[in-house]
Design a protein around this ligand. Sequence first.
Ligand code: SF4
Ligand code: SF4
Length: 429
Amino acid sequence: MEDYREMWRNLGIDLDAHDQLLAVLPPLYQEVILDQKERPARMAYFDMVFSEIHGKRIQELVSLKEKGKKVVGTFCTYVPEELTLAVGAACVGLCGGAEIATEEVEKILPRNLCALIKSSFGFKVGKLCPYVEACDLLVGETTCDGKKKYYEILAEYGNVYVMELPQRKEERDRSLWREEVRELARRLEELTGERMTVESLKEAIRVVNNKREALLRLMEVRKARPPVISGKDALLINQIAFYDEPRRFAKQVNELCEELEKRAQEGKGVADDSAPRILLSGCPMAIPNWKLPHILESAGAAVVMEELCTGIRYFRYLVDDSPGDVEGLLDSIADRYLEIDCAVFTPNQRRIENIKQLAKEYQADGLVYYAIQFCDPYTVEAYRVKKAAEEMELPFLYIETDYSQEDVAQISTRVEAFLEMLGSRAANR
Ligand code: SF4
Ligand code: SF4
């Protein structure tokens, strides 16, 4: 890897603490990702992106900034990427997937707050994330209570703008959300000095839709039996989708899909066809949070689909680019994002229906529900998902955890018992 220390220093990174962070990642990546068997050759690109997580991509963002362009950071799949691209800025996802600077974080935030929020804040207060330091604007949203109150504190550390996300999907909610999308568009125009035009919006929609279509193609090939790619590799790709350059990313995903489609035709897989097929559902797993998929796949399961924000919730719907004026295109973008079925919405029946459909389409043998401790929306909604699984006679396992490694042995024991039960069900079929 090149020497990026000068660049990190200029961004205000705490170099000593950052060295310690970077020392932990390669052995973890080796164990969780690189040591897997039969990995597709085209995963090489994503391995490179990860190995350069604080290097090459940051260098790209810094050189954009040197050319007068802006970088915008987001924390949620509801913040429309298209708007950022339409004003010539870069968009990066900033959710944290590692326990970081906990002592400092807990001086300010409560201990019993979701690990994802604490992690994002840890990267900021610990001065450990070149992405957040490269950002000219951080865009938050009023999703769960923890996040919306957290943004008030984050505003003391950076330039924060918060979108108001409604909690229901009635017509008056849609009107509010459309107005919020317009307001963000105005804020981004102000930040960059660029006006959104029909052409720039259509191009941005095309770029982000292409990224979504590439990811949908990847999900389609994961229906194959035996599975042609591991759940961990698919998750890694979904995580990288949040910060890589979108055009290059889509091209690489499509090239990987060509390889995987060939594998599917040849009946070649990464696991045996008898491996229990798992639908994973629940809270987002931000990079480098691979804890549960690693436990599942090490125990012999094949994760075949993620009903997560680092999964299908991020790319399921496309934006309709047919309107011929800026206002119409902005409405079209707003409407697409309002389709997302996060548990912060009520009622949220569409999510239940989507989970049922995914379980059928991916021939899932079991549903594993992942809840981050202290996440009210997802821990409470688990009840309804469990009920839906019972109606489908789909075995259900609920795992509530955080980012620590302390409960790995305990989760592994529960996962092994669950997989054993799935195995005996299959044998009796
Ligand atoms: S789980 Fe909900 S609040 Fe969190 S990133 Fe996804 S959509 Fe946003
Ligand atoms: S995982 Fe839950 S508590 Fe955490 S930020 Fe997302 S919705 Fe909020």
